[in-house]
Design a binder for this molecule. Structure first.
Ligand code: F6P
Length: 320
């Protein structure tokens, strides 16, 4: 029997477990032996494989995090590391690897494919920053968590007539900030994709909305913009409105995945195994216009992300 393996790599994301489960179950269904690799590429270098069966993925759909653990490995990124990893796969009879992670993990998957081990990537990151895919596993859960947190912050912000600056994750991508900002009625949303002017896009907006009766304000700042503590101080100085900053941080990476994350992860896991069974290599699974598709990894890595400027304009118009 041929074996395939699955690993999770880079920052964890809710729904990774659902993807692992789909890979294990679809793999077994297609007649493969399925192995789990612990702690991503680092575990692969240590030959940390575990046999997976139908029951080893029972009751993990609703779990946050990743039962396979995850890591970032520097050693793997060297030519020797890649060769070593490929050899470990061959020793274990592994004919294909499904890599669940972000762009960095896909570069590893490409290198491993080129070293003779067919790999398929699944976009798993809360950031939604994979250009080839409209959606990455974990994004919906992270946004919903951020929304709940901002709702709670709004309660106290309103009671005190304050301005609350909330910084959300997303690395260089403003998608979590945009969606959370819209869902919470933020007065201003700052993202790295759209140039901004603090006077015009934050201070004036606050002062204008105060004129028409608003007395508490939410400003959502993407991690890629940063500086939320200084921004809160500046807003207070310029407007006289007492301001506080909250950096939401890793709370956004945890928790039980939403329905969307579980379903997309399941579809992508199934598709990844289908591709391996067809003898494909160096591909990445993506969601495009509502359909599960696949791209060559290099082609995918060269694509440019498109920020939803229309949605950003809507946010600006209606949060007054
Ligand atoms: O990629 C997910 C993410 O949470 C980003 O939003 C953030 O920039 C980064 O990972 C944080 O990484 P770490 O957990 O290593 O601090």
């Amino acid at each position: 029997k041929d074996a395939i393996a699955v690993l999770t790599s880079g920052g964890d994301a809710p729904g990774m477990n659902a993807a692992v489960r789909a890979v294990v179950r679809s793999g077994i269904n297609k007649g493969f032996n399925v192995l789990g690799i612990k702690r991503g590429y680092r575990g692969l270098l240590k030959k940390d494989f575990v046999e997976m069966d139908l029951r080893s993925v029972t009751n993990i759909l609703s779990l946050g995090g990743t039962i396979l653990y995850t890591a970032r490995s520097k050693e793997f990124q060297t030519p020797e590391g890649i060769q070593h990893a490929a050899q470990n796969c061959m020793d274990m009879g592994v004919k294909g690897v499904v890599v669940i992670g972000g762009d960095g993990s896909f570069m590893g998957a490409r290198a491993l494919s080129e070293a003779g081990v067919p790999c398929i990537g699944i976009p798993g990151t809360i950031d939604n920053d994979i250009a080839c895919s409209d959606y990455t596993v974990g994004f919906d859960t992270a946004m919903n968590t951020a929304m709940e947190m901002v709702d709670k912050i709004r309660d106290t912000s309103q009671s005190h007539d304050r301005c609350s600056v909330v910084e959300v994750m997303g690395r260089r991508c403003g998608d979590i900030a945009l969606q959370t900002g819209i869902s919470c009625g933020a007065t201003a949303i700052l993202v790295p994709e759209v140039p901004y002017n603090i006077e015009k896009d934050v201070i004036s907006r606050i002062l204008e909305t105060r004129k028409n009766g608003k007395q508490h304000f939410i400003v959502v700042v993407a991690e890629g913009v940063g500086g939320s503590v200084d921004l809160a101080k500046y807003i207070e100085r310029r407007t006289g409105i007492e301001s506080r900053a909250t950096i939401l941080g890793h709370v956004q990476r945890g928790g039980s995945p939403t329905l969307r994350d579980r379903v997309v992860a399941s579809e992508m896991g199934y598709k990844a195994v289908e591709l391996l069974a067809e003898g494909k290599s160096k591909r990445v699974v993506a969601l495009k216009d509502g359909k599960i598709v696949d791209y060559d990894i290099t082609e995918a890595l060269n694509m440019e992300r498109v920020f939803d400027t229309h949605l950003y304009e809507i946010a600006k118009t209606i949060s007054m």
